[in-house]
Write a protein that binds this ligand. Structure first.
Ligand SMILES: [Zn+2]
Length: 140
Protein backbone atom coordinates (compact mmCIF):
# COMPACT_ATOMS: atom_id res chain seq x y z
CA UNK A 1 0.00 0.00 0.00
CA UNK A 2 1.25 3.46 -0.90
CA UNK A 3 0.22 6.85 0.38
CA UNK A 4 0.67 10.57 -0.13
CA UNK A 5 -0.15 13.42 2.20
CA UNK A 6 -0.40 17.15 1.74
CA UNK A 7 -2.12 19.98 3.53
CA UNK A 8 -3.57 23.45 3.09
CA UNK A 9 -5.13 26.05 5.38
CA UNK A 10 -8.03 28.42 5.05
CA UNK A 11 -9.52 31.07 7.31
CA UNK A 12 -13.29 30.94 7.62
CA UNK A 13 -16.07 31.90 9.95
CA UNK A 14 -18.86 29.64 11.14
CA UNK A 15 -21.19 28.98 14.03
CA UNK A 16 -22.89 25.86 15.25
CA UNK A 17 -26.65 25.57 15.28
CA UNK A 18 -28.36 23.95 18.27
CA UNK A 19 -25.21 24.27 20.33
CA UNK A 20 -25.15 25.70 23.80
CA UNK A 21 -21.73 27.17 24.36
CA UNK A 22 -19.26 29.54 22.78
CA UNK A 23 -19.50 27.95 19.34
CA UNK A 24 -23.13 28.96 18.88
CA UNK A 25 -21.82 32.48 18.29
CA UNK A 26 -20.19 33.53 15.03
CA UNK A 27 -16.42 32.98 15.20
CA UNK A 28 -13.51 32.07 12.98
CA UNK A 29 -10.85 29.43 12.67
CA UNK A 30 -7.69 28.90 10.74
CA UNK A 31 -8.82 25.53 9.42
CA UNK A 32 -5.94 23.21 8.56
CA UNK A 33 -6.81 20.28 6.38
CA UNK A 34 -4.44 17.38 5.96
CA UNK A 35 -5.38 15.10 3.09
CA UNK A 36 -4.18 11.52 2.72
CA UNK A 37 -4.23 9.45 -0.46
CA UNK A 38 -3.95 5.69 -0.63
CA UNK A 39 -3.23 3.43 -3.56
CA UNK A 40 -2.62 -0.28 -3.74
CA UNK A 41 -0.50 0.10 -6.87
CA UNK A 42 1.58 2.82 -8.42
CA UNK A 43 0.66 4.13 -11.86
CA UNK A 44 2.01 1.94 -14.62
CA UNK A 45 2.67 4.37 -17.44
CA UNK A 46 3.00 7.97 -18.53
CA UNK A 47 4.50 10.88 -16.63
CA UNK A 48 3.05 9.57 -13.37
CA UNK A 49 4.64 6.11 -13.73
CA UNK A 50 5.67 4.75 -10.32
CA UNK A 51 3.76 7.49 -8.50
CA UNK A 52 0.45 7.43 -6.61
CA UNK A 53 -0.25 10.74 -8.35
CA UNK A 54 1.93 13.72 -9.22
CA UNK A 55 2.38 15.86 -6.10
CA UNK A 56 1.80 18.91 -8.29
CA UNK A 57 -1.70 17.72 -9.20
CA UNK A 58 -2.48 16.69 -5.63
CA UNK A 59 -1.33 20.00 -4.13
CA UNK A 60 -3.11 22.02 -6.83
CA UNK A 61 -6.47 20.34 -6.15
CA UNK A 62 -6.17 20.61 -2.35
CA UNK A 63 -5.11 24.25 -2.52
CA UNK A 64 -7.91 25.10 -4.97
CA UNK A 65 -10.50 23.77 -2.54
CA UNK A 66 -8.87 25.67 0.36
CA UNK A 67 -8.93 28.82 -1.74
CA UNK A 68 -12.62 28.34 -2.50
CA UNK A 69 -13.42 28.17 1.24
CA UNK A 70 -10.93 30.83 2.35
CA UNK A 71 -12.31 34.05 3.84
CA UNK A 72 -15.89 32.91 3.45
CA UNK A 73 -18.61 32.45 6.02
CA UNK A 74 -19.48 28.75 6.19
CA UNK A 75 -23.24 28.63 6.67
CA UNK A 76 -25.41 25.59 7.21
CA UNK A 77 -28.38 25.82 4.85
CA UNK A 78 -31.49 26.78 6.75
CA UNK A 79 -29.62 28.05 9.82
CA UNK A 80 -30.12 31.73 8.94
CA UNK A 81 -33.24 33.41 7.62
CA UNK A 82 -33.42 34.28 3.94
CA UNK A 83 -33.45 37.98 4.84
CA UNK A 84 -30.23 37.59 6.86
CA UNK A 85 -28.55 35.78 3.95
CA UNK A 86 -29.69 38.50 1.55
CA UNK A 87 -28.48 41.24 3.91
CA UNK A 88 -25.03 39.63 4.28
CA UNK A 89 -24.72 39.19 0.52
CA UNK A 90 -25.90 42.76 -0.06
CA UNK A 91 -23.04 43.90 2.20
CA UNK A 92 -20.63 42.02 -0.02
CA UNK A 93 -19.84 39.18 2.38
CA UNK A 94 -18.81 35.91 0.79
CA UNK A 95 -20.89 32.96 1.97
CA UNK A 96 -20.43 29.26 1.43
CA UNK A 97 -23.78 27.55 1.94
CA UNK A 98 -23.40 23.93 2.98
CA UNK A 99 -26.09 21.25 3.39
CA UNK A 100 -24.80 20.17 6.81
CA UNK A 101 -23.95 21.47 10.28
CA UNK A 102 -20.51 23.05 9.93
CA UNK A 103 -18.65 20.86 12.42
CA UNK A 104 -15.02 19.95 11.80
CA UNK A 105 -16.16 16.33 11.32
CA UNK A 106 -18.58 17.27 8.54
CA UNK A 107 -16.05 19.58 6.91
CA UNK A 108 -13.51 16.74 6.88
CA UNK A 109 -16.06 14.50 5.14
CA UNK A 110 -16.97 17.29 2.70
CA UNK A 111 -13.33 17.81 1.71
CA UNK A 112 -12.89 14.06 1.25
CA UNK A 113 -15.98 13.79 -0.97
CA UNK A 114 -15.12 16.86 -3.05
CA UNK A 115 -11.60 15.62 -3.76
CA UNK A 116 -12.75 12.05 -4.44
CA UNK A 117 -15.25 13.49 -6.95
CA UNK A 118 -12.22 14.96 -8.74
CA UNK A 119 -10.66 11.52 -8.94
CA UNK A 120 -8.19 11.68 -6.07
CA UNK A 121 -7.98 8.42 -4.05
CA UNK A 122 -8.50 10.17 -0.71
CA UNK A 123 -8.68 7.80 2.26
CA UNK A 124 -8.53 10.24 5.17
CA UNK A 125 -8.87 13.93 5.97
CA UNK A 126 -7.79 15.56 9.22
CA UNK A 127 -9.54 18.88 9.83
CA UNK A 128 -7.88 20.99 12.52
CA UNK A 129 -9.98 23.80 13.94
CA UNK A 130 -7.28 24.68 16.45
CA UNK A 131 -3.65 23.55 16.60
CA UNK A 132 -4.64 20.94 19.20
CA UNK A 133 -8.10 19.82 18.04
CA UNK A 134 -8.62 17.83 14.92
CA UNK A 135 -11.58 15.88 13.53
CA UNK A 136 -10.86 12.98 11.21
CA UNK A 137 -12.85 11.40 8.41
CA UNK A 138 -11.90 8.03 7.00
CA UNK A 139 -13.16 6.82 3.64
CA UNK A 140 -13.54 3.04 3.86
ZN1 LIG B 1 -15.79 26.75 15.54
Amino acid sequence: MYGLKTEACFDSAHFLTDYYGKCENLHGHRWRMVVYLRAERLQAEGTMRDMVIDFGVFKRDVRALAKELDHTFLVEEGSLSATTIQALEAEGFSLTLLPFRTTAENLARYVCERLRDQGLPVCRVDMYETPNNCAQYFFE
